[in-house]
Design a protein around this ligand. Structure first.
Ligand code: NDP
Length: 343
Protein backbone atom coordinates (compact mmCIF):
# COMPACT_ATOMS: atom_id res chain seq x y z
CA UNK A 1 0.00 0.00 0.00
CA UNK A 2 1.58 3.22 -1.14
CA UNK A 3 -0.46 5.69 0.84
CA UNK A 4 1.02 7.86 3.58
CA UNK A 5 -1.19 8.98 6.40
CA UNK A 6 0.06 11.39 9.05
CA UNK A 7 -1.59 11.45 12.45
CA UNK A 8 -1.85 15.28 12.48
CA UNK A 9 -3.26 16.01 9.06
CA UNK A 10 -4.83 13.55 6.67
CA UNK A 11 -2.46 13.27 3.75
CA UNK A 12 -2.91 10.62 1.15
CA UNK A 13 -0.83 9.82 -1.87
CA UNK A 14 -3.99 9.19 -3.79
CA UNK A 15 -3.37 7.12 -6.90
CA UNK A 16 -6.04 7.02 -9.59
CA UNK A 17 -6.19 4.99 -12.83
CA UNK A 18 -7.41 6.86 -15.90
CA UNK A 19 -8.26 5.67 -19.39
CA UNK A 20 -5.20 6.91 -21.29
CA UNK A 21 -6.32 5.81 -24.75
CA UNK A 22 -8.99 3.60 -26.21
CA UNK A 23 -7.64 0.05 -26.72
CA UNK A 24 -7.33 -1.20 -30.28
CA UNK A 25 -7.87 -4.94 -30.09
CA UNK A 26 -6.52 -6.53 -26.93
CA UNK A 27 -5.92 -3.90 -24.24
CA UNK A 28 -2.37 -3.14 -23.05
CA UNK A 29 -1.12 -1.42 -19.90
CA UNK A 30 -0.38 1.69 -22.03
CA UNK A 31 -4.11 2.17 -22.46
CA UNK A 32 -4.21 3.10 -18.77
CA UNK A 33 -2.48 5.88 -16.84
CA UNK A 34 -1.71 5.73 -13.13
CA UNK A 35 -1.58 9.23 -11.73
CA UNK A 36 -1.64 11.06 -8.39
CA UNK A 37 -4.82 12.99 -7.63
CA UNK A 38 -5.67 15.52 -4.96
CA UNK A 39 -6.35 14.21 -1.46
CA UNK A 40 -10.10 13.96 -1.17
CA UNK A 41 -11.94 15.14 1.97
CA UNK A 42 -15.55 14.43 2.93
CA UNK A 43 -17.87 17.43 2.87
CA UNK A 44 -21.24 17.56 4.66
CA UNK A 45 -23.38 14.64 3.45
CA UNK A 46 -20.35 12.73 2.17
CA UNK A 47 -18.09 9.86 3.20
CA UNK A 48 -14.38 9.36 2.56
CA UNK A 49 -13.61 5.90 1.23
CA UNK A 50 -10.45 3.82 1.14
CA UNK A 51 -10.53 1.14 -1.55
CA UNK A 52 -10.08 -2.43 -0.32
CA UNK A 53 -10.99 -4.70 -3.26
CA UNK A 54 -11.49 -3.91 -6.94
CA UNK A 55 -13.42 -6.10 -9.38
CA UNK A 56 -12.09 -6.40 -12.91
CA UNK A 57 -14.70 -7.55 -15.40
CA UNK A 58 -14.79 -8.40 -19.11
CA UNK A 59 -17.67 -5.94 -19.77
CA UNK A 60 -15.36 -3.03 -18.92
CA UNK A 61 -13.67 -3.65 -22.28
CA UNK A 62 -16.85 -2.52 -24.07
CA UNK A 63 -16.93 0.69 -22.04
CA UNK A 64 -13.42 1.49 -23.28
CA UNK A 65 -14.75 1.83 -26.87
CA UNK A 66 -16.32 5.08 -27.95
CA UNK A 67 -19.59 3.41 -28.90
CA UNK A 68 -23.14 3.66 -27.66
CA UNK A 69 -24.15 0.70 -25.51
CA UNK A 70 -26.24 -0.11 -22.45
CA UNK A 71 -23.75 1.87 -20.32
CA UNK A 72 -21.97 5.04 -21.48
CA UNK A 73 -18.33 4.71 -22.57
CA UNK A 74 -15.52 5.69 -20.19
CA UNK A 75 -14.11 9.12 -20.99
CA UNK A 76 -10.47 9.59 -21.89
CA UNK A 77 -8.33 10.90 -19.01
CA UNK A 78 -11.11 10.15 -16.53
CA UNK A 79 -11.03 7.38 -13.89
CA UNK A 80 -12.17 3.88 -14.83
CA UNK A 81 -14.96 2.57 -12.62
CA UNK A 82 -15.99 -0.92 -11.59
CA UNK A 83 -17.34 -2.81 -8.61
CA UNK A 84 -15.35 -1.85 -5.50
CA UNK A 85 -15.41 -2.73 -1.81
CA UNK A 86 -14.24 0.24 0.26
CA UNK A 87 -13.87 1.15 3.92
CA UNK A 88 -15.45 4.33 5.28
CA UNK A 89 -12.55 6.19 6.90
CA UNK A 90 -14.39 9.46 7.56
CA UNK A 91 -18.10 10.22 7.56
CA UNK A 92 -20.17 13.38 7.38
CA UNK A 93 -23.18 11.32 6.28
CA UNK A 94 -25.92 10.24 8.69
CA UNK A 95 -26.23 6.72 7.24
CA UNK A 96 -22.55 5.71 7.35
CA UNK A 97 -19.98 5.58 10.11
CA UNK A 98 -16.22 5.20 10.18
CA UNK A 99 -15.31 1.52 9.92
CA UNK A 100 -18.30 0.56 7.73
CA UNK A 101 -17.55 -1.28 4.51
CA UNK A 102 -19.50 -0.51 1.36
CA UNK A 103 -19.89 -2.03 -2.09
CA UNK A 104 -20.66 -0.03 -5.22
CA UNK A 105 -19.58 1.12 -8.62
CA UNK A 106 -16.63 3.37 -7.78
CA UNK A 107 -13.50 4.85 -9.32
CA UNK A 108 -10.21 2.99 -9.67
CA UNK A 109 -8.80 5.29 -7.01
CA UNK A 110 -7.13 4.56 -3.68
CA UNK A 111 -9.30 7.15 -1.91
CA UNK A 112 -12.47 8.93 -2.99
CA UNK A 113 -15.51 10.65 -1.58
CA UNK A 114 -19.12 9.67 -2.15
CA UNK A 115 -22.57 10.96 -1.25
CA UNK A 116 -23.52 7.34 -0.55
CA UNK A 117 -25.88 7.03 -3.54
CA UNK A 118 -25.76 3.52 -5.03
CA UNK A 119 -23.60 2.15 -2.20
CA UNK A 120 -24.62 -0.86 -0.10
CA UNK A 121 -23.19 -1.67 3.30
CA UNK A 122 -21.48 -5.05 3.48
CA UNK A 123 -20.14 -6.86 6.50
CA UNK A 124 -17.20 -9.20 6.90
CA UNK A 125 -19.11 -10.99 9.67
CA UNK A 126 -21.73 -12.15 7.15
CA UNK A 127 -19.38 -13.21 4.33
CA UNK A 128 -15.85 -12.73 3.02
CA UNK A 129 -15.71 -9.09 1.87
CA UNK A 130 -14.40 -9.97 -1.59
CA UNK A 131 -17.36 -12.30 -2.16
CA UNK A 132 -19.61 -9.24 -2.53
CA UNK A 133 -17.81 -8.66 -5.85
CA UNK A 134 -18.29 -12.27 -6.91
CA UNK A 135 -20.78 -14.86 -5.78
CA UNK A 136 -22.79 -12.39 -3.65
CA UNK A 137 -22.29 -9.58 -6.15
CA UNK A 138 -22.85 -8.92 -9.82
CA UNK A 139 -21.43 -12.17 -11.18
CA UNK A 140 -23.32 -14.41 -8.73
CA UNK A 141 -26.58 -12.62 -9.57
CA UNK A 142 -25.83 -12.98 -13.28
CA UNK A 143 -25.28 -16.72 -12.92
CA UNK A 144 -28.36 -17.27 -10.78
CA UNK A 145 -30.82 -15.09 -12.68
CA UNK A 146 -29.53 -15.95 -16.15
CA UNK A 147 -29.91 -19.65 -15.43
CA UNK A 148 -33.11 -19.58 -13.39
CA UNK A 149 -35.09 -16.94 -15.32
CA UNK A 150 -33.90 -17.67 -18.87
CA UNK A 151 -32.34 -21.13 -18.76
CA UNK A 152 -35.34 -22.51 -16.79
CA UNK A 153 -33.57 -25.72 -15.70
CA UNK A 154 -35.57 -28.88 -15.12
CA UNK A 155 -34.34 -31.96 -13.29
CA UNK A 156 -32.57 -34.44 -15.57
CA UNK A 157 -31.76 -31.88 -18.29
CA UNK A 158 -28.29 -31.22 -19.68
CA UNK A 159 -26.66 -27.79 -19.29
CA UNK A 160 -23.54 -26.70 -21.14
CA UNK A 161 -21.80 -23.57 -19.84
CA UNK A 162 -18.92 -21.84 -21.62
CA UNK A 163 -16.45 -19.63 -19.76
CA UNK A 164 -17.08 -22.32 -17.16
CA UNK A 165 -13.96 -21.72 -15.06
CA UNK A 166 -14.72 -18.04 -14.47
CA UNK A 167 -16.79 -16.05 -12.00
CA UNK A 168 -20.17 -16.54 -13.66
CA UNK A 169 -19.47 -20.00 -15.10
CA UNK A 170 -18.42 -21.70 -11.86
CA UNK A 171 -21.65 -20.53 -10.20
CA UNK A 172 -23.90 -21.47 -13.14
CA UNK A 173 -22.58 -25.04 -13.07
CA UNK A 174 -23.08 -25.45 -9.35
CA UNK A 175 -26.65 -24.11 -9.49
CA UNK A 176 -27.30 -26.46 -12.41
CA UNK A 177 -26.22 -29.40 -10.24
CA UNK A 178 -28.46 -28.18 -7.39
CA UNK A 179 -31.37 -28.18 -9.89
CA UNK A 180 -30.69 -31.86 -10.63
CA UNK A 181 -29.20 -31.29 -14.07
CA UNK A 182 -26.21 -32.80 -15.79
CA UNK A 183 -23.59 -30.04 -16.21
CA UNK A 184 -20.82 -29.82 -18.78
CA UNK A 185 -18.32 -26.94 -18.68
CA UNK A 186 -16.11 -25.59 -21.46
CA UNK A 187 -12.95 -23.85 -20.30
CA UNK A 188 -9.40 -22.98 -21.37
CA UNK A 189 -6.97 -25.11 -19.32
CA UNK A 190 -6.57 -28.60 -17.85
CA UNK A 191 -6.20 -27.01 -14.41
CA UNK A 192 -9.64 -25.45 -14.77
CA UNK A 193 -11.07 -28.72 -16.13
CA UNK A 194 -9.87 -30.40 -12.91
CA UNK A 195 -11.26 -27.58 -10.74
CA UNK A 196 -14.68 -27.88 -12.38
CA UNK A 197 -14.98 -31.63 -12.08
CA UNK A 198 -13.45 -31.93 -8.59
CA UNK A 199 -14.28 -28.82 -6.52
CA UNK A 200 -17.41 -27.76 -8.37
CA UNK A 201 -18.74 -31.26 -9.19
CA UNK A 202 -19.42 -30.66 -12.91
CA UNK A 203 -20.16 -33.95 -14.67
CA UNK A 204 -17.72 -33.21 -17.47
CA UNK A 205 -15.43 -30.39 -18.54
CA UNK A 206 -13.78 -29.78 -21.90
CA UNK A 207 -10.58 -27.83 -22.57
CA UNK A 208 -11.46 -25.91 -25.73
CA UNK A 209 -7.83 -24.97 -26.34
CA UNK A 210 -6.64 -28.57 -26.68
CA UNK A 211 -9.77 -30.20 -28.16
CA UNK A 212 -9.48 -30.73 -31.92
CA UNK A 213 -13.19 -30.96 -32.73
CA UNK A 214 -15.33 -29.22 -30.14
CA UNK A 215 -18.61 -30.14 -31.83
CA UNK A 216 -17.71 -33.83 -31.50
CA UNK A 217 -16.43 -33.35 -27.93
CA UNK A 218 -19.73 -31.71 -26.88
CA UNK A 219 -21.70 -34.50 -28.57
CA UNK A 220 -19.70 -37.15 -26.78
CA UNK A 221 -20.06 -35.36 -23.39
CA UNK A 222 -23.80 -34.85 -24.01
CA UNK A 223 -25.06 -37.95 -25.89
CA UNK A 224 -28.60 -36.95 -24.86
CA UNK A 225 -28.17 -33.46 -26.39
CA UNK A 226 -28.04 -29.99 -24.83
CA UNK A 227 -31.17 -28.55 -23.22
CA UNK A 228 -29.63 -25.33 -21.89
CA UNK A 229 -26.58 -23.53 -23.22
CA UNK A 230 -25.41 -20.75 -20.88
CA UNK A 231 -23.23 -18.73 -23.23
CA UNK A 232 -20.46 -16.61 -21.72
CA UNK A 233 -18.15 -16.48 -24.72
CA UNK A 234 -19.85 -16.62 -28.16
CA UNK A 235 -17.81 -17.36 -31.29
CA UNK A 236 -16.69 -20.80 -32.42
CA UNK A 237 -17.22 -22.39 -28.99
CA UNK A 238 -20.90 -21.46 -29.16
CA UNK A 239 -21.16 -22.64 -32.77
CA UNK A 240 -20.00 -26.08 -31.58
CA UNK A 241 -22.57 -26.19 -28.76
CA UNK A 242 -25.44 -24.97 -30.93
CA UNK A 243 -24.85 -27.86 -33.30
CA UNK A 244 -25.84 -30.14 -30.37
CA UNK A 245 -28.98 -28.52 -28.96
CA UNK A 246 -32.22 -30.37 -28.34
CA UNK A 247 -35.74 -29.38 -29.27
CA UNK A 248 -36.98 -26.52 -27.02
CA UNK A 249 -33.46 -25.70 -25.86
CA UNK A 250 -32.99 -22.44 -23.94
CA UNK A 251 -29.90 -20.33 -24.58
CA UNK A 252 -29.25 -17.48 -22.13
CA UNK A 253 -26.73 -15.21 -23.93
CA UNK A 254 -24.77 -13.77 -21.04
CA UNK A 255 -21.47 -12.73 -22.63
CA UNK A 256 -19.43 -12.84 -25.81
CA UNK A 257 -15.88 -12.37 -24.56
CA UNK A 258 -14.39 -14.05 -27.65
CA UNK A 259 -15.43 -10.98 -29.66
CA UNK A 260 -14.70 -8.15 -27.19
CA UNK A 261 -11.20 -7.47 -28.59
CA UNK A 262 -12.06 -8.09 -32.23
CA UNK A 263 -11.59 -5.11 -34.52
CA UNK A 264 -13.86 -6.62 -37.20
CA UNK A 265 -17.19 -8.39 -36.76
CA UNK A 266 -16.44 -12.15 -36.82
CA UNK A 267 -18.42 -14.28 -39.25
CA UNK A 268 -19.96 -17.61 -38.35
CA UNK A 269 -22.69 -20.03 -39.31
CA UNK A 270 -26.21 -18.67 -39.74
CA UNK A 271 -28.12 -19.61 -36.58
CA UNK A 272 -31.71 -19.15 -37.75
CA UNK A 273 -32.18 -22.67 -39.17
CA UNK A 274 -30.97 -24.25 -35.91
CA UNK A 275 -33.08 -21.99 -33.69
CA UNK A 276 -36.09 -22.57 -35.94
CA UNK A 277 -35.88 -26.32 -36.38
CA UNK A 278 -35.15 -26.89 -32.67
CA UNK A 279 -37.87 -24.42 -31.56
CA UNK A 280 -35.12 -23.00 -29.35
CA UNK A 281 -35.18 -19.78 -27.35
CA UNK A 282 -32.04 -17.63 -27.45
CA UNK A 283 -32.23 -14.61 -25.16
CA UNK A 284 -29.66 -12.01 -24.29
CA UNK A 285 -29.82 -10.26 -20.93
CA UNK A 286 -28.13 -7.46 -19.03
CA UNK A 287 -28.13 -8.18 -15.34
CA UNK A 288 -29.01 -4.60 -14.35
CA UNK A 289 -32.37 -5.08 -16.08
CA UNK A 290 -33.24 -7.87 -13.65
CA UNK A 291 -32.67 -5.76 -10.50
CA UNK A 292 -36.19 -6.41 -9.16
CA UNK A 293 -35.01 -10.00 -8.50
CA UNK A 294 -31.74 -9.07 -6.73
CA UNK A 295 -33.07 -9.33 -3.13
CA UNK A 296 -34.55 -12.83 -3.61
CA UNK A 297 -31.55 -14.02 -5.64
CA UNK A 298 -29.08 -12.72 -3.02
CA UNK A 299 -31.12 -14.41 -0.27
CA UNK A 300 -30.97 -17.76 -2.10
CA UNK A 301 -27.26 -17.52 -2.93
CA UNK A 302 -26.45 -16.57 0.69
CA UNK A 303 -28.49 -19.51 1.99
CA UNK A 304 -26.75 -21.99 -0.35
CA UNK A 305 -23.36 -20.59 0.68
CA UNK A 306 -24.19 -20.90 4.39
CA UNK A 307 -25.45 -24.45 3.87
CA UNK A 308 -22.22 -25.29 1.96
CA UNK A 309 -24.30 -26.20 -1.08
CA UNK A 310 -22.25 -23.90 -3.30
CA UNK A 311 -18.73 -22.52 -3.04
CA UNK A 312 -16.57 -20.12 -5.00
CA UNK A 313 -13.09 -19.61 -6.26
CA UNK A 314 -11.19 -16.31 -6.49
CA UNK A 315 -7.95 -15.21 -8.10
CA UNK A 316 -6.73 -12.34 -5.94
CA UNK A 317 -4.00 -10.07 -7.31
CA UNK A 318 -2.32 -7.72 -4.84
CA UNK A 319 -1.59 -4.03 -5.40
CA UNK A 320 -3.37 -1.00 -6.84
CA UNK A 321 -0.91 -0.62 -9.73
CA UNK A 322 -1.75 -4.16 -10.90
CA UNK A 323 -5.42 -3.41 -11.63
CA UNK A 324 -4.91 -2.84 -15.40
CA UNK A 325 -2.85 -6.02 -15.81
CA UNK A 326 -5.40 -8.05 -13.85
CA UNK A 327 -8.08 -6.76 -16.22
CA UNK A 328 -5.97 -7.62 -19.28
CA UNK A 329 -5.29 -11.10 -17.86
CA UNK A 330 -9.01 -11.93 -18.04
CA UNK A 331 -8.57 -12.20 -21.81
CA UNK A 332 -5.76 -14.73 -21.29
CA UNK A 333 -7.88 -16.77 -18.90
CA UNK A 334 -5.44 -16.28 -16.03
CA UNK A 335 -8.26 -16.25 -13.47
CA UNK A 336 -9.91 -19.21 -11.79
CA UNK A 337 -13.30 -18.00 -10.60
CA UNK A 338 -13.60 -14.28 -9.85
CA UNK A 339 -10.66 -12.01 -10.67
CA UNK A 340 -10.21 -9.44 -7.89
CA UNK A 341 -7.47 -6.97 -6.97
CA UNK A 342 -6.73 -6.44 -3.29
CA UNK A 343 -5.41 -3.01 -2.46
P1 NDP B 1 -14.65 -14.70 -16.14
O1 NDP B 1 -14.34 -14.78 -14.70
O2 NDP B 1 -15.31 -15.87 -16.81
O3 NDP B 1 -13.32 -14.30 -16.91
C1 NDP B 1 -13.27 -14.29 -18.29
C2 NDP B 1 -12.89 -15.70 -18.83
O4 NDP B 1 -13.22 -15.74 -20.21
C3 NDP B 1 -11.40 -15.98 -18.78
O5 NDP B 1 -11.00 -16.51 -17.55
C4 NDP B 1 -11.20 -16.96 -19.94
O6 NDP B 1 -11.25 -18.29 -19.44
C5 NDP B 1 -12.41 -16.70 -20.84
N1 NDP B 1 -11.97 -16.17 -22.14
C6 NDP B 1 -11.16 -15.11 -22.35
N2 NDP B 1 -11.00 -14.91 -23.68
C7 NDP B 1 -11.73 -15.89 -24.29
C8 NDP B 1 -11.95 -16.24 -25.67
N3 NDP B 1 -11.42 -15.53 -26.67
N4 NDP B 1 -12.74 -17.31 -25.93
C9 NDP B 1 -13.27 -18.04 -24.93
N5 NDP B 1 -13.10 -17.75 -23.61
C10 NDP B 1 -12.34 -16.69 -23.31
O7 NDP B 1 -15.58 -13.43 -16.41
P2 NDP B 1 -17.02 -13.20 -15.81
O8 NDP B 1 -17.50 -14.42 -15.14
O9 NDP B 1 -17.02 -11.92 -15.08
O10 NDP B 1 -17.88 -12.99 -17.13
C11 NDP B 1 -18.16 -14.08 -17.99
C12 NDP B 1 -18.96 -13.57 -19.17
O11 NDP B 1 -20.21 -13.06 -18.73
C13 NDP B 1 -18.26 -12.42 -19.91
O12 NDP B 1 -18.49 -12.56 -21.30
C14 NDP B 1 -18.97 -11.20 -19.37
O13 NDP B 1 -18.91 -10.12 -20.26
C15 NDP B 1 -20.36 -11.73 -19.16
N6 NDP B 1 -21.15 -11.03 -18.15
C16 NDP B 1 -22.39 -10.62 -18.55
C17 NDP B 1 -23.21 -10.01 -17.66
C18 NDP B 1 -24.58 -9.62 -18.13
O14 NDP B 1 -25.24 -8.80 -17.48
N7 NDP B 1 -25.04 -10.17 -19.22
C19 NDP B 1 -22.80 -9.70 -16.28
C20 NDP B 1 -21.48 -10.25 -15.95
C21 NDP B 1 -20.69 -10.88 -16.88
P3 NDP B 1 -10.70 -19.55 -20.29
O15 NDP B 1 -9.50 -20.03 -19.56
O16 NDP B 1 -11.85 -20.50 -20.26
O17 NDP B 1 -10.38 -19.07 -21.69
Amino acid sequence: MNSIRSSKINFYMNKVILLNKRPHGTPTVNDFKITNAEDPAAKDGEILLKTTYVSVDPYLRGRMNDTKSYVPPFELNKPIQSGVIAEVIDSKHADFKKGDFVSGNLNWSEYQTSNGKGLHKVSSSDAKLSSYLGILGMTGLTAYLGLMKIGLPKEGETIVVSGAGGAVGTVVGQIGKLMGCKVVGITGSDEKVALLTSTFKFDHAINYKTTKDLKVAVKSACPEGVDIYFDNVGGEISDAVLANINKYARLPVCGAISSYNKTEVPLGPRLQPIILTKSATMKGFIIGDLSEHFPSATKQLTAWLNENKISFSETIIEGFDNIPQAFIDLFEGKNKGKMIVKI
